[in-house]
Design a protein around this ligand. Structure first.
Ligand SMILES: [Zn+2]
Length: 155
């Protein structure tokens, strides 16, 4: 670990112990070049998620794609942006904690619908109605383009 004070690469760990929350390890480090002391935390990095499409194709999970579809479903709804961000983070955390890095697109859609249903019925209906077709099409870009503001979605 590079010393943040002098840039020396050769620093020593003086002490390691679990932090209070027990989800990280705290390491006290010492730089032999400048005598600087600093602390680092080591945390679990959940592995990257892979989306399994209904066709069986695998694709890296892309948070921005998820965000895009949710934001479109939420368009012009009276929901604060922070609330939407929170919801998206919550969805990603749920996906990460499913215990498997391989997640079906169906599972993702269901978790998104569950979350939307709790926050905004209109956004939920928009998402759910497009999602039905999406399962057959299995094409996310098409899914997003079909997910339009209300006037376009209404028949
Ligand atoms: Zn140093």
């Amino acid at each position: 670990m590079r010393c943040p004070f002098c840039g020396n690469i050769d620093t020593q760990v003086k002490d390691s112990r679990p932090a209070e929350d027990h989800v990280s390890i705290r390491r006290r480090r010492f730089c032999q070049a400048c005598g600087g002391r600093f602390t680092t935390y080591e945390r679990v990095q959940l592995r990257d998620l892979v989306v399994i499409k209904s066709s069986g194709k695998r694709e890296d999970f892309d948070r921005t794609k998820l965000e895009r579809s949710i934001r479109i479903a939420m368009q012009k709804r009276p929901i604060e942006p922070e609330r939407i961000d929170q919801m998206i983070s919550g969805i990603v955390r749920r996906l990460e904690s499913l215990g498997d890095t391989d997640i079906s697109s169906k599972q993702i859609g269901e978790i998104v619908m569950e979350s939307l249903a709790r926050i905004d019925t209109v956004a939920y209906v928009r998402f759910a109605s497009v999602y039905k077709n999406f399962q057959a099409a299995d094409d996310f870009d098409r899914f997003v383009s079909e997910l339009r503001p209300p006037q376009a979605a209404e028949e």
